[in-house]
Design a protein around this ligand. Sequence first.
Ligand code: SF4
Length: 109
Amino acid sequence: MQVKTTHRPPRRRSDVNWHELGACRDADPEMFFPESRASRVEELLAVRVCMGCPVMGACQEWALSAEERYGIWGGLTEKDRESILNRRAAAARCETKPVRRRRRPGRAA
Ligand code: SF4
Protein backbone atom coordinates (compact mmCIF):
# COMPACT_ATOMS: atom_id res chain seq x y z
CA MET A 1 0.00 0.00 0.00
CA GLN A 2 1.32 3.37 -0.94
CA VAL A 3 0.89 6.19 1.53
CA LYS A 4 0.11 9.49 -0.08
CA THR A 5 1.21 12.74 1.34
CA THR A 6 1.08 16.23 0.06
CA HIS A 7 4.12 17.10 -1.95
CA ARG A 8 5.47 19.25 0.84
CA PRO A 9 8.16 18.34 3.30
CA PRO A 10 7.30 18.76 6.97
CA ARG A 11 8.13 22.18 8.28
CA ARG A 12 10.96 22.58 10.69
CA ARG A 13 12.15 25.79 12.19
CA SER A 14 15.51 25.45 10.55
CA ASP A 15 14.04 24.88 7.09
CA VAL A 16 14.58 27.46 4.47
CA ASN A 17 11.31 27.69 2.62
CA TRP A 18 12.80 26.20 -0.52
CA HIS A 19 9.69 24.16 -1.19
CA GLU A 20 7.66 27.32 -1.67
CA LEU A 21 9.89 28.12 -4.63
CA GLY A 22 9.48 24.67 -6.16
CA ALA A 23 8.27 24.35 -9.71
CA CYS A 24 5.74 21.79 -8.46
CA ARG A 25 3.94 24.14 -6.09
CA ASP A 26 0.95 24.40 -8.42
CA ALA A 27 1.33 20.99 -10.06
CA ASP A 28 -0.99 18.06 -9.58
CA PRO A 29 0.40 15.99 -6.66
CA GLU A 30 -0.81 12.84 -8.45
CA MET A 31 1.97 13.37 -10.95
CA PHE A 32 4.57 13.26 -8.18
CA PHE A 33 3.00 10.29 -6.45
CA PRO A 34 2.04 7.89 -9.23
CA GLU A 35 -0.32 5.13 -8.13
CA SER A 36 1.91 2.31 -9.23
CA ARG A 37 5.36 1.73 -10.54
CA ALA A 38 3.72 1.18 -13.90
CA SER A 39 2.93 4.89 -14.08
CA ARG A 40 6.21 5.57 -15.79
CA VAL A 41 4.74 8.37 -17.94
CA GLU A 42 3.59 10.34 -14.89
CA GLU A 43 6.95 9.72 -13.28
CA LEU A 44 8.77 11.10 -16.29
CA LEU A 45 6.49 14.14 -16.44
CA ALA A 46 7.23 14.89 -12.79
CA VAL A 47 10.97 14.48 -13.33
CA ARG A 48 10.70 16.88 -16.25
CA VAL A 49 9.10 19.50 -13.99
CA CYS A 50 11.93 18.99 -11.48
CA MET A 51 14.58 19.52 -14.16
CA GLY A 52 13.45 23.14 -14.47
CA CYS A 53 13.10 23.73 -10.75
CA PRO A 54 15.29 26.35 -9.08
CA VAL A 55 15.47 24.40 -5.80
CA MET A 56 16.14 20.93 -7.15
CA GLY A 57 19.36 20.46 -5.16
CA ALA A 58 17.77 21.38 -1.84
CA CYS A 59 14.80 19.17 -2.61
CA GLN A 60 17.02 16.19 -3.46
CA GLU A 61 19.06 16.55 -0.30
CA TRP A 62 15.97 16.93 1.84
CA ALA A 63 14.41 13.77 0.37
CA LEU A 64 17.64 11.83 0.80
CA SER A 65 18.24 12.97 4.36
CA ALA A 66 14.62 12.30 5.30
CA GLU A 67 14.81 8.93 3.52
CA GLU A 68 11.56 9.83 1.82
CA ARG A 69 10.21 6.55 0.52
CA TYR A 70 7.51 7.64 -1.88
CA GLY A 71 7.16 9.96 -4.80
CA ILE A 72 9.37 12.07 -7.00
CA TRP A 73 11.58 14.54 -5.17
CA GLY A 74 14.31 16.62 -6.73
CA GLY A 75 13.96 14.74 -9.98
CA LEU A 76 14.71 11.45 -8.24
CA THR A 77 12.42 8.45 -8.26
CA GLU A 78 12.11 6.06 -5.35
CA LYS A 79 14.58 3.73 -7.03
CA ASP A 80 17.02 6.58 -7.73
CA ARG A 81 17.03 7.59 -4.06
CA GLU A 82 17.39 4.03 -2.89
CA SER A 83 20.37 3.58 -5.19
CA ILE A 84 22.04 6.82 -4.02
CA LEU A 85 21.51 5.96 -0.36
CA ASN A 86 22.95 2.49 -0.89
CA ARG A 87 26.02 3.96 -2.61
CA ARG A 88 26.47 6.52 0.17
CA ALA A 89 26.23 3.79 2.79
CA ALA A 90 28.78 1.69 0.92
CA ALA A 91 31.12 4.68 0.64
CA ALA A 92 30.73 5.42 4.35
CA ARG A 93 31.61 1.81 5.19
CA CYS A 94 34.76 2.07 3.06
CA GLU A 95 35.79 5.32 4.76
CA THR A 96 35.46 3.87 8.24
CA LYS A 97 37.41 0.70 7.49
CA PRO A 98 41.00 0.92 8.66
CA VAL A 99 43.53 0.69 5.89
CA ARG A 100 45.72 -2.34 6.32
CA ARG A 101 49.16 -2.09 4.99
CA ARG A 102 50.70 -5.18 3.67
CA ARG A 103 54.18 -6.00 4.63
CA ARG A 104 56.43 -6.54 1.75
CA PRO A 105 58.25 -9.81 1.90
CA GLY A 106 61.86 -9.46 2.93
CA ARG A 107 61.43 -6.08 4.59
CA ALA A 108 61.67 -5.45 8.29
CA ALA A 109 58.67 -3.88 9.99
S1 SF4 B 1 12.74 19.57 -7.44
FE1 SF4 B 1 10.80 18.75 -8.16
S2 SF4 B 1 9.79 17.95 -6.35
FE2 SF4 B 1 11.43 19.28 -5.65
S3 SF4 B 1 10.47 21.27 -5.32
FE3 SF4 B 1 11.30 21.24 -7.40
S4 SF4 B 1 9.65 20.57 -8.74
FE4 SF4 B 1 9.09 20.06 -6.62
